[in-house]
Design a protein around this ligand. Structure first.
Ligand code: GLN
Length: 193
């Protein structure tokens, strides 16, 4: 049966994730309230504006619920703003991240002159074909803790995709290119014991 995958739908590009998850064979459901998490087997936190997403998570009493579920092992994937939400710490004052993944993140860290760019990534977990990655005002992963596995880097060595147990994070947007290999990889995480 198709996996029920929640997509946090408070702000940002959740609709694109729903489409990509559907193509990868999952049954996406929008999460706006704590009750929407019932029966959800995995969760995507999309790109958008991390300050807004964090504020709305507090307003709708979702922060504690999501934190508890992730700590219990629910497979969870943050893209771009979603990575910021999951981080242990930020170089910035705002927002206050959930502190679930042992990475330190700098918002908008690639600088104004390159607010948006694309790059072909080598991602061994996805096979030999390059993965076209779209970066939009993307966060920089400035520090990676010992329990965190690097899945992909830019040519300059900058880390852009990481995994720590049940948590996946990418500083780019795999939901925007039509290549759903990252979504399939995430679903395979959700099938691991
Ligand atoms: N710059 C945004 C932030 O700091 C993230 C951008 C994105 O998700 N594309 O929240």
């Amino acid at each position: 049966m198709a996996k029920k995958v929640g997509v946090l739908a408070l702000q940002g590009d959740f609709a694109e994730h729903e489409t990509a998850l559907g193509r990868a064979g999952a049954a996406p459901v929008q999460v706006r309230l704590p009750r929407d998490l019932a029966g959800v087997e995995a969760l995507v936190i999309p790109g958008g504006e991390s300050t807004t997403i964090c504020r709305l998570m507090d307003v709708f009493d979702l922060s504690g619920e999501i934190e508890g579920r992730v700590r219990d092992g629910m497979p969870t994937w943050g893209t771009c703003a979603g990575l910021i939400v999951l981080a242990a710490s930020l170089t910035d004052d705002r927002p206050k991240p959930l502190g679930l993944m042992d990475v330190r993140v700098q918002r908008n860290g690639y600088g104004r002159q390159v607010d948006s760019f694309e790059a072909d990534l080598h991602v061994p977990e996805l096979g030999n074909d390059a993965f076209r990655a779209v970066f939009i005002r993307a966060p920089v992963i400035a520090e990676v803790g010992p329990g965190v596995k690097t899945l992909a880097c830019l040519d300059d060595g900058s880390v852009v995709a990481v995994r720590q147990r049940n948590i996946l994070a990418t500083s780019f947007h795999p939901e925007l290119t039509g290549d759903h290999r990252f979504h399939s990889y995430f679903l395979s995480m959700a099938s691991e014991e």
